[in-house]
Design a protein. Structure first.
Length: 261
């Protein structure tokens, strides 16, 4: 459940955001670009440059679509705040990335549990201009569309450990490519520190690793290069899902969530 309501475009596809929401976008983008210096992977920075996201206002989806269509053939699709797994996989399988057309309130600048337009457009869309990242995301959507409910849970962990919270080794050092990190100032700094555990990426291990969405991640998987995502898209991921289901989950690296009495 969410208290946020996605804004609806007019007949011309234009979404009219109030000035206060443009100000939130400006605050988020200005501070996050500074934090990402020396921390984001080059492919992400290249995507930011290609998208040419405005600083002073929330971008219109049509602006983002022009660039994505010209680079990898992707589009963004307007959705409500939260969508079911089925809709999510259908969109990705059709090269459409879901974007909720609302932005967090000023009171929730630092952390928002549900994905807003800043997380989706600033965090994920720059890398959708990259063919390796785009190929993996497309393949992931097609696999999820034909997967069972049980299989989707294992695929969800793979997505979480890569697209949302993945790190990558580069000639310049360890960098961030996961959108969940790239849109969070606190997690950006924390993820590359010595506090969490860093583990060489292994798809089967990623599928078997439990996670919580409401804490800083205790473990990050590190790709040897971003091209590993492209290679992964051409491997038999569903065979790994089946193996993961047989082996079961690894022990959690976080405390159990305390339930209210």
């Amino acid at each position: 459940m969410t208290e946020y309501v996605a804004r609806v475009p007019d007949a011309n596809g234009f979404i009219d955001y109030p000035p206060a929401e443009h100000a939130v976008w400006n605050t988020l983008m200005t501070r996050q670009l500074k934090v990402l210096e020396g921390r984001a992977c080059q492919e992400y920075l290249d995507g930011i440059e290609q998208l040419g996201l405005p600083h002073e206002r929330i971008p219109q989806l049509g602006e983002v679509n022009k660039v994505l269509a010209a680079t990898t053939g992707w589009q963004v699709a307007r959705v409500p705040a939260l969508i079911p797994f089925q809709t999510f996989f259908e969109l990705l399988a059709n090269k459409q990335f879901p974007v909720a057309t609302f932005i967090r309130s000023e009171q929730e600048l630092d952390y928002l549990q549900e994905p807003d337009i800043f997380h989706e457009v600033f965090g994920h869309c720059p890398l959708l201009t990259n063919p390796w990242f785009a190929e993996f995301t497309h393949t992931y959507g097609k696999l999820g569309l034909s997967a069972t409910k049980e299989q989707r849970v294992y695929l969800a962990r793979l997505y979480w450990m890569t697209i949302e919270f993945g790190l990558v080794d580069t000639p310049q050092g360890r960098r961030i490519y996961g959108g969940g990190i790239l849109s969070s100032p606190r997690e950006t700094v924390y993820s590359l520190s010595s506090a969490p555990e860093h583990q060489l990426f292994d798809a089967l291990d990623a599928m078997r690793t439990p996670y919580r969405i409401d804490i800083l991640q205790p473990l990050y998987f590190v790709l040897p290069s971003l091209k590993r995502l492209f290679d992964l898209a051409h491997e038999d991921l569903m065979a790994l899902v089946q193996l993961g289901m047989q082996l079961g989950l690894h022990a959690p690296k976080f405390p159990a969530k305390i339930k209210a009495a």
